[in-house]
Ligand binder design. Structure first.
Ligand SMILES: CC(C)(COP(=O)(O)OP(=O)(O)OC[C@H]1O[C@@H](n2cnc3c(N)ncnc32)[C@H](O)[C@@H]1OP(=O)(O)O)[C@@H](O)C(=O)NCCC(=O)NCCS
Length: 262
């Protein structure tokens, strides 16, 4: 169970951090992954009522990672805490898988509530750097909380919330994102097709030019002769240079034929 969760955490780090190179490096150097692993140990002791040991483990993890997670907080496997420093997750908070938490995030209470006083973060939420989510409400799946936002009210799924106090600036369901994504892919494919056609045409032209040059070199191809230009006769009629003799021959031939008939 512990190792299965660790594997999920490492996968989440690899998925969300372009700088992550391999699982071994993540295991050794990612403080978010360390904090979550320590949290599972602390939570085990908390559940068997060894609360002091649980708190001690949690504080030790905070000392090494800068991330403070109350041992009672429920965090699913596959959550990614990036950078980590200054993250605080309160006692009744819940965080579901696929969520990304950046440095300086607080999942806390307003100080006015009792019982469930920390937020529930559903799947695939982004909690940007320095965001404060305060209260026992739910942040819907796929929501994005902007850097430095202070969220005090429930957030619907796929909403983007920014500012202080947090306000919804857009709700973008995944279908829309998919459509935009598909549109971009289609345009890219069309561009590629056009480029390929253009390349094929250029290749054909180059081959043809090379063939003509080769034929010229080997003497197969006679150089082109200039077409005779029309010349002006004394009568001012335009004829080509060969035409007068041809016409004269034909006239003489016709005259000979008619004399024979007489
Ligand atoms: C909120 C966030 C995730 C972007 O979400 P998004 O749904 O793509 O939203 P957009 O970028 O289209 O922004 C929507 C609007 O909110 C505004 N906005 C975005 N982030 C904001 C912020 N943190 N504070 C105030 N306004 C913000 C934008 O200017 C935009 O306003 P406009 O519609 O008037 O132009 C992103 O802006 C953010 O805060 N990222 C921080 C990530 C982070 O913590 N990185 C740290 C890595 S170390």
């Amino acid at each position: 169970m512990f190792f299965k969760s660790l594997r999920e955490d490492i996968k989440a780090a690899k998925r969300n951090d372009p700088a992550a190179r391999n699982w071994f490096e993540i295991l050794l150097t990612y403080s978010g992954v360390h904090a979550l692993s320590w949290h599972r140990v602390a939570r085990f002791f908390y559940k068997i009522k060894l609360k002091l040991i649980a708190r001690m483990i949690s504080q030790m993890a905070r000392f090494f990672t800068g991330i403070e997670i109350h041992p009672a907080a429920k965090i699913e496997a596959g959550v990614f805490i990036d950078h980590g420093s200054g993250v605080v997750i309160g006692e009744t908070a819940e965080v579901h898988k696929g969520t990304v938490i950046y440095q300086g995030v607080t999942l806390g209470g307003t100080g006015k509530e009792r019982g469930k006083r920390h937020p529930t973060i559903m799947e695939n939420v982004t909690l940007s750097a320095g965001a404060k989510v305060l209260g026992g409400f739910t942040v819907g799946k796929g929501a994005k909380i902007g850097a430095g936002a202070v969220v005090l009210k429930e957030v619907p799924p796929y909403a983007t919330v920014v500012g202080i106090p947090g306000r919804i600036v857009r709700i973008r369901p995944p279908e829309t994102e998919n459509e935009i994504h598909e549109g971009i892919i289609a345009v890219k494919a069309l561009n590629q097709e056009l480029r390929a056609e253009d390349l094929a045409l250029k290749e054909e032209q180059a081959k043809e030019a090379a063939r003509i040059a080769e034929e010229k070199r080997s003497g197969k191809l006679e150089p082109m002769q200039p077409i005779p230009l029309p010349t002006e006769t004394a009568a001012g009629i335009e004829k080509t240079q060969e035409q007068p003799t041809q016409v004269w021959d034909e006239i003489q031939k016709k005259e000979g034929e008619s004399n024979e008939n007489l």
